[in-house]
Design a protein around this ligand. Structure first.
Ligand code: NAP
Ligand code: G4F
Length: 442
């Protein structure tokens, strides 16, 4: 069959798996596939989309397809990398932004013109049902990981309706799309639920059976998402699961979450790019793990025989103040907290000069004992906060065989070193006369 005819078949073919298969088998078997793909690509812009679909189709026979919403976020990036290593074809859903925001996944992106790419984007927004239906129809995923969310708890008090729409109704839109498309037998769904659901904790530690008590518009939106996931599982027999994940961090954590804010602030202070770090509630305690460990749990949740909900946590909780101390100790600075409430300050108690110089690379000439490095800014207080989180992941350990590999010290080590490297780049730029701007919340 001439290639041009193949192309018209391609353009007329139905969407969906059988449509893709038809496309695949419509090709003349003697035609070299890569050459064919290149030829098709030249013909129309539309064909480029089909090339990508075909490429996935070829892979479909040997690989699973995952669709990840929130691909540009911390977890989306790690999960994409993990699934690609497992041989998946990964589609990432990305919303339109006015600037590039794919830093976390740029290393995974091959030129889309290459025919062997296993990773690609589609534009979609969690607030738009129609495009979610379309992308699920077009990609025919075996597994959907719904990670997209307005995920900042403090910001959810400023944007409660948007947060409800994205984090709550967004989950419904995905579940309903899978149901309406008749894909309930085929597609498994992972919902990114959160320990924020426990909020004002009713039990210590928190397990799958602990009652929820959400304390923010974010947590309330996620509560809806949690229960609608359970409901679709029970009502329609869907393989839909909640991972109730406790806080997980990494060097690519968003800069305004407290751990990253601390390690980034520390790096700037160490290199003389910033004088002080302003924080909010220092009394809160969190069960912090490494995101790399936690995304593995997401995958395991969808590999079980039966759909279920799991708590994923390290089982160790640490105060914000203690996180600050641990991070600064890594560069040889011992922080002492003095004063109370909004007047509380973190000052330099001692400096281990050798440790500082060996980690930071320069002596701490600009720092002195008694200097204030941490101060409280009430702007960062929340109208209602969650004071204590500590999870019990026994069920995940027993049923999924999951357990974290990273300790909190490992995590802090990695974050501090990574932020020091980034701050060093800034410092070189500044030294060479380039303008280095401060960001908000620095
Ligand atoms: P994150 O870094 O803030 O990433 C959130 C992702 O969602 C980003 O890709 C973001 O896109 C996208 N997004 C936001 N609003 C969207 C919309 N309306 N339409 C489409 N995409 C949208 O969050 P994360 O730390 O990776 O967390 C992943 C998920 O797990 C989230 O649902 C979060 O609530 C949940 N969770 C996180 C933790 C944690 O400790 N990290 C714990 C429990 C649960 P942009 O890049 O364009 O902003
Ligand atoms: O780092 P955070 O902003 O994380 P939070 O609120 O626990 O939420 C994160 O974890 C959840 C899982 O439990 C996720 F569902 C959610 O999407 C997000 O990833 O704040 C942690 C604690 C809070 O008590 C906050 O009040 O740190 C306190 N804190 C103190 N100073 C601060 C600051 N938080 C931020 N973001 N910035 C501060 O300056």
């Amino acid at each position: 069959m001439p290639l041009s005819q193949n192309c018209s078949n391609l353009q007329n073919a139905n969407h969906g798996f059988f449509g893709f298969l038809k496309i695949f088998f419509a090709l003349d078997r003697k035609t070299d596939l890569d050459q064919g793909l290149r030829e098709i690509e030249r013909i129309t812009m539309r064909s480029r989309k089909i090339v990508l679909k075909m490429n996935k189709t070829v892979g479909y026979i040997i690989m699973k397809t995952a669709l990840i919403s929130g691909i540009t976020g911390q977890d989306g990036a790690y999960l994409a990398e993990f699934l690609l290593q497992k041989g998946y074809f990964v589609w990432g859903l990305k919303r339109r932004t006015s600037l590039f925001n794919t830093d976390r996944i740029d290393h995974l992106i091959k030129d889309v013109h290459e025919s062997n790419t296993h990773f690609n984007f589609l534009y979609a927004d969690m607030t738009d049902s129609t495009n979610l239906i379309r992308v699920i129809q077009d990609t025919q995923p075996d597994e959907i990981y719904n990670l997209a969310a307005q995920s900042h708890v403090k910001v959810s008090f400023d944007t409660p309706e948007y947060t409800a729409n994205t984090d709550g109704l967004g989950t419904l839109r995905i579940l309903e799309a899978v149901r309406l498309l008749g894909m309930t037998e085929k597609t498994k769904i992972y919902q990114a639920s959160t320990s924020e659901l426990f909020g004002q904790v009713q039990e210590v530690p928190q397990t799958e059976k602990t009652p929820f008590y959400p304390r923010s518009p974010y947590a309330v939106a996620k509560l809806y998402a949690y229960w609608i996931t359970v409901n679709y599982r029970e009502a329609y027999g869907m393989f839909a699961c909640n991972g109730v994940l406790f806080n997980h961090e990494s060097p690519i954590r968003g800069e305004t979450f407290v751990t990253r804010k601390i390690t980034r602030g520390l790096a700037h202070i160490a290199l003389g790019l910033q004088k002080k770090l302003y924080l909010g509630n220092l009394n809160a305690k969190r069960d912090w793990g490494h995101a790399k460990d936690f995304i593995e749990a997401m995958y395991l949740v969808l590999q079980q025989n039966k759909p279920d909900d799991y708590v994923i946590a390290t089982g160790i909780t640490t105060e914000i103040r203690e996180f600050v101390r641990k991070a600064f100790i890594r560069i040889g600075i011992n922080i002492k907290f003095i004063g109370n409430d909004v007047e509380e300050k973190g000052i330099i108690d001692t400096i281990d000069l050798n440790q500082f110089e060996s980690v930071v690379g320069v002596p701490p000439a600009h720092l002195s004992i008694g200097q204030v490095l941490i101060a409280v800014d009430p702007t960062y207080f929340r109208p209602t906060d969650v004071n204590l989180l500590i999870g019990d992941a026994t069920k995940a350990r027993k049923q999924l065989g999951w357990q974290p590999k990273y300790s909190l010290d490992d995590l802090i080590d990695e974050m501090v070193l990574s932020d020091l490297e980034q701050a060093l780049r800034k410092k070189y730029l500044k030294k060479s006369g380039f303008i280095v701007r401060q960001s908000l919340e620095e």
